[in-house]
Ligand binder design. Structure first.
Ligand code: AMP
Ligand code: MG
Length: 304
């Protein structure tokens, strides 16, 4: 999944840290199924057959796509796993080969064409097969796959009898039990403009933290900055926030919801998470003002 996996284990249970082969195999196999840029992946095959025929995929792929579509419905389309045509058009993510001095925003015409191909409601899915009915449609699981992988890694450690651990999978963090010194884990929220700085922190456990930020990948054009999270309603990069961190005991939900809340912005995004069971969030707006949902009252510490 083109990202770094970092693990901290406090107690070792039955797990032999010198041979994390099984976990590595699990994550690699997941990446091989879900990465739409890999010509051998299941998602690549589904996308290749858009408008042509349904494609049989593994239970894991059915599981991720079904969860993505459920969140699409519950976020009124702010999270849309069929965002592929817009991701390809904008060329903002690291998968893009367009050099920065050659990059420019696409035309309105191209944006409206790509937007017409983005619609999670159109995906046909049962317990074995996925079909994208329009030629040119494509699934992109970039907003949810890491959360799904994080969940698998968490379950792997739990089944190995490990009770106290932290997993950081490309900015999606899961903490369980206590850190050394018998204290709850302390998780920092990155300063959106200063890579090495933490703007705020919380102490929690048994939850995932997923951050969607405008600094993760972006393009500059003249004075304007375009980030990699796209609003399916406008077909354009979302520009309402600097970052959103969603905290939830369900990692896959934290990941997809951080993308959705980022798209919805400070008002509707906050409302979405307030109303969502099992989720809280920390928002940082463009002026670096930090605010959070009511469940985190008194728990967000601002770094002075
Ligand atoms: P994240 O960092 O989890 O917010 O994921 C961002 C990635 O999700 C992007 O690089 C795209 O691959 C994909 N993406 C962008 N916009 C959306 C959206 N509105 N809904 C779902 N996925 C998206
Ligand atoms: Mg996400």
């Amino acid at each position: 999944m083109n990202t770094l996996l970092q693990i901290k284990i406090v107690d070792s249970g039955n797990f032999d840290p010198s041979s994390p082969d099984k976990l590595a195999a699990l994550l690699v196999s997941l990446g091989n199924k879900l990465d739409r840029f890999k010509p051998t992946s299941e998602i690549h095959k589904v996308n290749r057959n858009a408008g042509l025929k349904q494609v049989q995929v593994s239970p894991e792929t059915i599981d991720v796509v079904s969860q993505a579509l459920a969140i699409h419905k519950k976020t009124n389309g702010a999270f849309d796993p069929t965002i592929g045509p817009l991701v390809d058009l904008w060329q903002i993510t690291p998968s893009s080969s367009v050099p920065s001095d050659k990059w420019q925003p696409p035309s309105e015409k191209a944006i409206s064409l790509a937007t017409s191909l983005v619609d999670g409601n159109k995906v046909k899915i049962d317990d074995k097969e996925i079909f994208l009915p329009l030629s040119g449609m494509s699934l992109d699981l970039g907003g949810i796959a890491k959360g799904y992988a994080l969940e698998q890694a968490r379950d792997y450690f739990r089944s190995a009898g490990i009770n106290n651990f932290l997993i950081d999978f490309g900015g999606n963090v899961y903490v369980e039990g206590l850190r050394p010194g018998e204290k709850p884990w302390r998780v920092g929220i990155r300063h959106p403009q200063k890579q090495a700085e933490v703007i705020a922190w919380v102490e929690l456990t048994g939850v995932a933290f997923s951050t969607s930020g405008d600094y993760e990948s972006y393009r500059l054009y003249g004075k304007d900055r375009y980030c990699h999270i796209l609003d399916p309603r406008t077909g354009k990069p979302s520009a309402n926030l600097a970052s959103v961190t969603v905290v939830s005991p369900i990692p896959v939900q934290a990941d997809a919801l951080s993308t959705a809340a980022f798209v919805l912005g400070p008002v509707d995004g906050l409302k979405l998470i307030e109303e969502w069971p099992d989720a809280e969030a920390i928002f940082i707006d463009k002026d670096l003002h930090v605010f959070a949902t009511s469940g985190l009252n008194g728990k967000v510490h601002i770094n002075k």
